[in-house]
Design a protein around this ligand. Structure first.
Ligand SMILES: Nc1ncnc2c1ncn2[C@@H]1O[C@H](COP(=O)(O)OP(=O)(O)OP(=O)(O)O)[C@@H](O)[C@H]1O
Ligand SMILES: [Mg+2]
Length: 162
């Protein structure tokens, strides 16, 4: 669950919103609508922690994580759909990339070995070995067929990307 508690955001003297109280609960899909400039993007930045509230706070159930897919239709073109979902867990994705780079080294040193074992431990703790199958279940749940999981984002048309 994500909740906003008495969230107020001011730009100068103008309040974009005041005392917002809302709970986003499991199993639902929410849409945020409003006129241009009403403050939708600002509210999402507050939910994701990119912006601080003027007053009030955001609560996320401990142990749960928020992933943000930015509204840029070309930003993720080079990634496969499955990678894109895994990237939602930023730390896990960093670990995967750092591990790959270390194992690809030709002059693998003792230090690399130590670093790799630290990364492996953190990876295992984060359920890293389940990441691909978890991402695949999430995608299947959204109606995205397994055959499409390894396709690059640039090979989708606009509707499919969304
Ligand atoms: N840092 C800032 N300084 C001044 N004004 C700002 C700042 N950030 C946002 N605003 C103003 O706050 C208002 C809300 O902006 P926001 O981008 O959240 O609206 P929006 O609902 O997402 O609009 P759109 O439908 O155009 O995407 C706008 O009037 C914008 O000009
Ligand atoms: Mg916006």
């Amino acid at each position: 669950m994500i909740s906003a508690n008495n969230v107020t955001y001011r730009v100068g003297k103008k309040a974009l919103f005041e005392d917002v109280n809302i709970k986003f609960t499991e199993g639902n899909c929410y849409g945020l609508i409003g006129a241009n400039g009403a403050g939708k993007s600002t509210f999402l930045k507050i939910l994701s922690g990119q912006l601080e509230t003027t007053n009030g706070d955001i609560f996320i159930t401990p142990g749960q994580r928020l992933s943000v897919l930015e509204q840029d239709h070309f930003k993720y073109d080079e990634y496969t759909v499955l990678d894109l979902v895994i990237m939602g867990n930023e730390r896990l994705y960093q670990i995967m990339k750092e591990k790959e780079a270390i194992y690809a080294k030709e002059d693998f040193t003792d230090e690399d070995g130590i670093r790799a074992s630290e990364l492996e431990a953190e990876f295992a703790e984060m359920d890293g070995w389940e990441a691909e199958s978890n991402a695949a279940s999430l995608l299947n749940g959204l109606g995205i067929d397994t055959a499409l999981h390894y396709v690059q984002m640039k090979d989708f048309n606009g509707n499919e990307k969304v």
